[in-house]
Design a protein around this ligand. Structure first.
Ligand SMILES: Cc1cc2nc3c(=O)[nH]c(=O)nc-3n(C[C@H](O)[C@H](O)[C@H](O)COP(=O)(O)OP(=O)(O)OC[C@H]3O[C@@H](n4cnc5c(N)ncnc54)[C@H](O)[C@@H]3O)c2cc1C
Ligand SMILES: NC(=O)c1ccc[n+]([C@@H]2O[C@H](COP(=O)([O-])OP(=O)(O)OC[C@H]3O[C@@H](n4cnc5c(N)ncnc54)[C@H](OP(=O)(O)O)[C@@H]3O)[C@@H](O)[C@H]2O)c1
Length: 387
């Protein structure tokens, strides 16, 4: 008998089989948004997560889409296929469910399909679509369709199982900012998830992982393979350092964790939160918790920006501009600034507001303000977790 005890290390290559123990809508009745508080039970994962880390989640595709593809191709689901980086042969039904992306088909799929259809109308349609002169039309066609839509529109196509899976990209895990502190919840990871839902080609579409977490994973039973993705985003080492947190929408997630951790550690540094969403009455995510922390003194300030409570938009960067003098005093005295959430618009606008603040309140030129931002980033006094 060997006395060497085996230590299981869970990571991206060997994810931990977690279950979801809570899935609650954070928006109040009457909201036109749906943001979820998802609690993932990670008891047994064997290591702690740090503040600022994200949770990687491997989702499965919707069963109806898998079935639609199998039906279109005349497969039973038991046909075996070989996948890159996967050992042995896999049932095609399992590959379509767990390993492959069933949305965002590429042009090469249309090219391949052209050689697989036996119906003349279908072939002519594909020849027209893939004609270089019709590039824009083809792009638009692909943008609005998933694999099963295209197969349904070309019922005469006959693919070999291996050829079909060769057209699809790997299904990658998605990351979610962790919204809890492991000092407070050692066996749980809390997430703030916005289920992605939209319509194209008159069909309702659902983001794979966000709706796996919000709609398909059954509480306490569905195994959800997860791993902790470590990050450079995190609290200052010195608990006396003041922090300013800017996190509209799901961007609020890591700051709930920051505050839980700072409360638990009795950190003396002051905490200032900027949060924004659509409407105060329905979309003040974790509002009760933040108001309680404001009353207890853990939160020094909360500045809220509800974009749709008036007939013009108010965003977090507007609140930053309003509070420029006070913010400059905090930053000048060493506060760290954190931004989390939308990368495309919000983070850029907040960055501009910061630059303007340094110029207006700090008396800097545009170049000096840009240099100061660089220095703050280098010294990890300005950190962003944006997506
Ligand atoms: C570090 C990090 C932290 C993150 N933290 C969080 C978090 O705390 N909470 C959170 O909710 N998310 C977070 N995300 C985003 C998350 O990882 C996923 O990207 C998100 O949930 C969407 O994944 P999905 O699988 O549900 O959607 P997918 O299946 O990947 O679908 C998304 C795709 O759908 C298409 N699409 C979306 N909307 C439309 C539309 N209106 N019209 C046409 N096409 C559209 C786009 O091509 C888009 O890329 C984070 C990302 C990163 C990198
Ligand atoms: N990069 C991405 O692909 C990305 C990033 C984040 C979220 N999302 C998706 O968006 C959906 C909801 O996400 P969410 O709840 O996190 O956030 P959200 O709904 O996009 O936004 C939260 C708040 O930010 C406001 N906002 C819009 N533009 C802004 C800007 N330029 N600067 C500052 N604030 C701005 C919104 O106002 P208005 O809506 O009233 O304008 C709203 O009040 C989800 O489907 C999510 O997956 C996508």
């Amino acid at each position: 008998m060997s006395d060497v005890s085996e230590v299981l290390v869970y990571n991206k290559d060997n994810p931990f089989p977690a279950v979801i123990s809570e899935n609650r809508i954070l928006n109040k009745e009457g909201s036109d948004k749906d943001t979820r508080h998802v609690v993932v039970n990670v008891a047994g994962i064997g290591h702690r997560y740090n503040i600022g880390d994200s949770l990687g989640v491997f989702a499965t595709n919707e069963r109806a889409k898998v079935d639609a593809i199998l039906a279109c191709c005349g497969f039973t689901g038991d046909e075996r296929v070989i996948l890159p980086k996967v050992e042995g042969k896999v049932r095609i039904a399992d590959a379509l469910s767990s390993n492959l992306t069933l949305s965002q088909p590429a042009r090469k799929f249309l090219d391949s399909l052209r050689g697989k259809v036996t119906d003349d109308d279908e072939r002519v349609h594909l020849e027209t679509l893939t004609d270089p002169e019709n590039r824009d039309e083809m792009k638009e066609y692909l943008l609005n369709r998933e694999f099963h839509d295209i197969l349904e529109e070309h019922p005469s196509a006959r693919f070999d199982p291996q050829e079909l899976v060769g057209q699809m990209r790997r299904l990658n895990p998605r990351l979610y900012s962790i919204a809890s502190s492991s000092l407070v919840f050692p066996e749980e990871v809390h997430l703030t998830v916005a289920p992605v839902r939209y319509t194209t080609n008159d069909r309702e579409r659902r983001g794979v992982c966000s709706t796996f977490l919000s709609d398909r994973a059954e509480l306490s039973s569905t195994k959800v393979p997860v791993f902790v993705s470590h990050s450079h985003f995190g609290l200052p080492e010195d608990d006396d350092t003041d922090i300013i947190m800017v996190g509209p929408g799901t961007g609020i997630a890591p700051f709930r964790a920051f505050l839980q951790e700072r409360e638990k550690k009795g950190a003396k540094g002051r905490n200032w939160l900027f949060f924004g969403d659509r409407s105060e009455a329905t979309d003040y995510l974790y509002g009760d918790e933040f108001e309680a922390w404001l009353s207890s003194g853990l939160l020094h300030r909360v500045d809220l920006a509800f974009s749709r409570d008036q007939d013009y938009k108010i965003y977090v960067q507007d609140r930053i501009r309003e509070q420029a003098a006070e913010l400059w005093a905090w930053i000048r005295d060493g506060a760290c600034l954190y931004v989390c959430g939308d990368a495309k618009r919000m983070a850029k606008d907040v960055d501009n507001a910061l630059r303007d603040l340094l110029m207006k309140e700090g008396g800097m030129s545009e170049t000096e303000a840009a240099d100061m931002i660089k220095v703050m980033k280098k010294e990890r006094r300005y950190q962003r977790d944006i997506y």
